[in-house]
Design a protein around this ligand. Structure first.
Ligand code: PLP
Length: 344
């Protein structure tokens, strides 16, 4: 058996054999000069899957989101974000650092911002206040335990955006997980958004990279920001070859991750110290709350590790993520470890 069953994140996924072969054979060029055919193929594929005109390959999701915020805002403006969102909490505050705009974090129902809350917080410019220019959504919502946003949230957000002349950006790091769980095609989420970022390097198992998609003119502009941020990569087709496999071969299997997360949640939710509703586990992320008379979260994580299980503490909770490189045996091992530690 392997040393650890790693439930910390779906970013730990190893590239597949097929990816390793594809990258060896990839036709490459200098992508900053615009002549890497494999990167271009990936960018076109990403755009067409999302129903957008153009795509941009970026080294990380954080860079994709940073570029999107920069594209849609100017200084003295404000961005509406969900209060537990990744873009607001976990990206080293690029909004203030790169775009020089203020985030306006709003409460939600499991990641879904209510239209009346958005509407109340849209600010028109005055000498005292910034102008709201952008609304960011996140689907699936990481810190809400992989929650899938209802399509209605997209419809309503778009209406408000059009009414006030705002842009909508989707942090769709795990948009394919959302689509696999809800049955809503990714295009149907994307059509309500001006830009979408999604990750290849998580459940889709690529070693590196994310995509930003939007209209052609915006992506041309985004390409300049990517260069300015140091994200221009030369023979990046080596990596993009893996991305193409992510999008053509790795999407459908995300359902297996969702089933494993459900199985794990159902087996551990009623153990002492754990607060977790299995119905809230819609995709591949479990966020549980832990309050045990004898164990703190760090002590519990240490004990899990002694039992071969790696998990992370986030937002005062514990996060467990299923992905290609944890199978049924790993899930069984985790269930056994949870029971052994918590039922003494
Ligand atoms: C991982 C993640 C990102 C950023 O991706 P990196 O490639 O790690 O920079 C953005 N948003 C969400 C919701 C994520 O889970």
């Amino acid at each position: 058996m392997k040393l650890y069953s790693d439930f910390r994140s779906d970013t730990v996924t190893q590239p597949t054999e097929e990816m390793r072969r594809a990258l060896m054979e990839a036709e490459v060029g200098d992508d900053v000069l615009g002549d890497d055919p494999t990167v271009q193929k990936l960018e076109d594929l990403a755009a067409s899957l999302m129903g957008k005109e153009a795509g941009l390959y970026v080294p990380s999701g954080t860079m994709g989101n940073s570029i999107a915020v920069k594209m849609w805002t100017r200084e003295l403006e404000e961005v509406i974000v969900e209060e537990k969102s990744h873009i607001y909490n976990m990206e080293s505050t690029h909004m203030t650092f790169i775009s020089r705009v203020t985030p306006r974090p709003l409460p939600s129902e499991r990641g879904a911002l209510a239209p009346e809350i958005i509407r109340k917080n849209v600010r028109l410019p005055s000498v005292h206040t910034p102008r709201t220019s952008l609304i960011c959504l996140e689907n699936t919502h990481n810190n809400w335990g992989g929650a899938v946003l209802p399509l209605e949230t997209f419809v309503e957000t778009r209406k408000i955006a059009d009414e006030f002349g705002l842009k909508v950006h989707l942090d769709g790091a795990r948009i394919f997980n959302a689509s696999q769980a809800s049955g809503v095609p990714v295009k149907d989420y994307a059509k309500y958004c001006d830009s979408v970022m999604f990750c290849l390097s998580k459940g889709l198992s690529s070693p590196v990279g994310s995509m930003l998609v939007s209209d052609r003119q915006t992506i041309d502009y985004a390409r300049r920001f990517r260069k300015a941020l140091g994200g221009g990569m030369r023979q990046a087709g080596i990596l993009a070859a893996c991305g193409i496999i992510s999008l053509t071969k790795m999407v459908a299997r995300l359902k297996e991750d969702h089933l494993r997360a459900k199985r794990l949640a159902q087996a551990i939710y009623d153990l002492p110290g754990i607060t977790l509703k299995p119905v809230d586990v819609q995709t591949n992320i479990i966020v549980l709350y832990f309050n045990h008379p004898k164990l703190t979260i760090p002590e519990f994580l240490d004990k899990l590790k002694e039992n071969g299980i790696l998990a992370l503490s986030v937002f005062g909770g514990i996060r467990l993520v299923t992905h290609k490189d944890v199978d049924d045996e790993d899930v069984g091992r985790a269930i056994k470890a949870f029971k052994a530690i918590l039922t003494v």
